[in-house]
Every structure is written in structure tokens, then in C-alpha cells.
Design a protein around this ligand. Structure first.
Ligand code: PLP
Length: 364
């Protein structure tokens, strides 16, 4: 048995604390992946995902894996060797996209922005060229930056016929998302982020245009496990493809229902309000926003530059000893910033109050 497991409060940018209804659903008796009840539950998940993504005409499904599998499935199915792919990179997850696209044989070009800054849509316009796909991370978890998706999407749609592939891991489910209105072709997230379900399934949405591109492939999708054809076999034709993690479907279904019941606008307001309160409380202690431009701050991941002299590792170790898990920087921001999670169940004042009190106690 894990020692601290029942007491530890996750203030991290994922996984987030589980929603109570996801916990109960997880413990339901096992059913077979081809059982009619499971297939009907899957259909409800698909309908709810269309609402969450703002994509009434998209094909939606769960992939049996985490958010990275959602990312990989997009490149595996929608890119063929030699395709020109423009990836927008301003952090760890954008860089991961570029690496994956290259592994599937794409001719990858990148548009970059410095750490802590958003991608400039004018740069995207300048580098569009003959891209067959443009890929970007909406909210860069590694730096807490929100990229200007509506402006970028408008440019891609007006100036090219490239598919638009969006990592929505830190955004969808914690606010309205307008996949169809923005002309997004492929979007994905992970269950353990904004929905507060256990990790292990990746909710994806695929536009009719992306499915047409998939159908016109010259070569089979190299990744058998997430081939869109195999996905459609299971989710549309109800025929066997692989054994899906049924209990994770139960939990995701419950968490997604709870999110839609609460309302996507209400969830966005909850993240914003808790984030504002935490920032206001920490600023007098010398914490400052890592992202200088307010409009580029991701509401679901509060990235804070540490006060000079604060011993990152020691303070986080003490917080953990007192039952709170806080995440530091990644890559070049390690030791410089903390990233406080405001996705799903982590955006709760009653979780942050003890953290603020403990920090005041530790920092004096
Ligand atoms: N994309 C973003 C923006 C993320 O924050 C993460 C995980 O933190 C991923 C992709 C990868 O997801 P996973 O770790 O679930 O594979």
C-alpha cells in the first residue's frame, strides 16, 4: 500500500484529483468490451464529447492510452511520408509534436516563440507555405502559455487547405471549445487533465475533412493500434478491434457528464477565479507570473517565477511532507518556476487555502 496516497492533495498540472463520480464509476462491476451496455455507454460518451469539443459533426472516440497517444494518433493517421507539416513550438509539448511528426516521415518546419511567450499568428501566416498540416498546442503546460488559437485558426483556414491539429489537453473541458467554428480538424486531450478522470484514455475529435484525408491515404496508417479505420470499426460498426479499458470508460463517462452538468462556462470561471485568488495571495511573497503578457496566460496552469532565494526542491519536499504536491519547471525552467494546476477538481478554493497557509508558514 502507498504510504501517503490517501492524504496527498494534487495541486499539479495533471493528473488532477479524481472527481467523486469518476471514483464510484471506476469501481463498477466489470463488463465485456463488446457488451451492449458498454457499447451504449460509448455512444453517450461520443455524444458528450461532441458537446465538449463544440463539434456536432465530428467523429469522437476514446483512445486506449494517455494524451501522448492522442497526439501520436493524429500524426500517424493524417500524415504520410514527405508531407509538409508546420509545427508551432513554444515549449515541451510543441517540441514533442515536432518530433512525432518527423518520426512519421513528415517534412517538419517549425515556427517558434521564446519560453513564456505565445506564438505570433503573423509568423504562422509567413511560414504557412504549402503545409498539409499545421499542428499546435493550445495551452503549453510546460510554461503556462495560452496560444492565440482563434487567430491562428483563422489564418490557416483563410490562407491554406492544411489540416489543423490542436493539442487541447489543458483547455478542452475547462471552458467552451469551438472546434467546428474554428475549423479544427483534429483535437485531443487526456482523461486525467480537465476532466479529473483517471489517466489512460484520450478523448479525440476528428472532423469530416480529416476523415476524408485519412480515407485518401496512399499507405496504411503505420500505427495499427490507433488506426482511424480500426477506431471506426469499434465505435461506429460495433465490431471488435482491441479490448478497451472498460472501467476507464465508466469513469470518463461519469466525469464528462459531471463537467457538462456543471457547464463549460462555469468551469472556465472557476479556474479563472481560483487562479486570480492564488496569484493575488502569492504576489506579496515575491512570486511573479512567468508569462509577462496577461492575454497569453493559460487559465488552467498558473506558472509562477519563484522569489529570489527560494529553495525550490526543499520547499516542495516540505510541502509534500505536509500533504501537498506541487510541480516545478520543466527543462529550462526547472528550479525557476512552479506550475500550479487549475484543471478540473484542482481548481477548488478548499484545496488551495491550506497550501497558501502552509507556504506562509514556511516562508515566514
Ligand atoms: N500535451 C500537453 C499540453 C500536456 O500537458 C501533456 C501532459 O502533461 C501531454 C500532451 C501528454 O499527455 P500524457 O502525459 O497524458 O501522455
Amino acid at each position: 500500500m502507498l504510504r501517503s496516497h490517501s492524504k496527498l492533495v494534487l495541486l499539479t498540472p495533471g493528473p488532477t484529483p479524481l472527481h467523486d463520480e469518476a471514483v464510484s464509476a471506476l469501481a463498477l462491476p466489470m463488463l465485456g468490451h463488446m457488451d451492449a451496455e458498454v457499447l451504449n455507454l460509448n455512444a453517450e460518451i461520443q455524444a458528450d464529447l461532441r458537446v465538449m469539443y463544440g463539434a456536432p459533426n465530428a467523429f469522437t472516440a476514446l483512445l486506449s492510452g494517455t494524451g501522448s497517444l492522442g497526439m501520436e494518433a493524429g500524426f500517424a493517421n493524417l500524415v504520410e511520408a514527405g508531407d509538409d507539416v508546420l509545427v508551432l513550438v513554444n515549449g515541451t509539448f510543441g517540441a514533442r509534436m515536432a518530433e512525432m511528426a518527423a518520426r512519421y516521415g513528415a517534412n517538419v518546419r517549425v515556427v517558434t516563440a521564446p519560453s513564456g511567450e505565445a506564438i505570433d499568428p503573423d509568423d504562422v501566416a509567413r511560414h504557412l507555405g504549402r503545409a498539409r498540416m499545421v499542428a499546435l498546442v493550445h495551452g503549453e503546460t510546460s510554461t503556462g502559455v495560452l496560444n492565440p488559437l482563434p487567430d491562428i485558426a483563422r489564418i490557416v483556414r483563410e490562407k491554406s487547405d492544411a489540416l489543423l491539429c490542436v493539442d487541447a489537453v489543458t483547455t478542452v473541458g475547462m471552458g467552451p471549445f469551438d472546434m467546428e467554428g474554428l475549423g479544427i480538424d483534429y483535437a485531443y486531450t487526456g482523461s486525467q487533465k480537465c476532466l479529473s478522470a483517471p489517466p489512460g484514455v484520450a478523448p479525440v475529435a476528428i472532423s469530416p475533412r480529416a476523415l476524408a484525408r485519412f480515407d485518401a491515404r496512399r499507405t496504411p496508417t503505420p500505427l495499427w493500434y490507433c488506426d482511424f479505420g480500426g477506431l471506426r470499426d469499434y465505435w461506429e460498426k460495433r465490431s471488435y478491434h482491441h479490448t478497451v479499458p472498460v472501467n476507464l470508460h465508466f469513469a470518463l463517462h461519469a466525469a464528462l457528464r459531471a463537467a457538462l452538468r456543471e457547464g463549460l462556462y462555469a468551469r472556465a470561471a472557476r479556474a479563472r477565479d481560483v487562479g486570480f485568488a492564488v496569484l493575488s495571495a502569492l504576489q506579496p511573497a515575491g512570486f511573479t507570473p512567468f508569462v509577462p503578457t496577461e492575454a497569453a496566460r493559460l487559465p488552467t496552469v498558473l506558472a509562477l517565477r519563484l522569489p529570489p532565494g527560494l529553495d525550490d526542491a526543499a520547499v516542495r519536499a516540505e510541502l509534500r511532507r505536509r500533504g501537498m504536491s506541487v510541480t516545478g519547471g520543466l527543462g529550462d525552467t526547472a528550479g525557476l518556476i512552479w506550475r500550479l494546476g487549475l484543471m478540473g477538481e484542482s481548481a477548488r478554493p478548499h484545496l488551495y487555502r491550506p497550501f497558501l497557509a502552509t507556504l506562509e508558514d514556511l516562508l515566514g
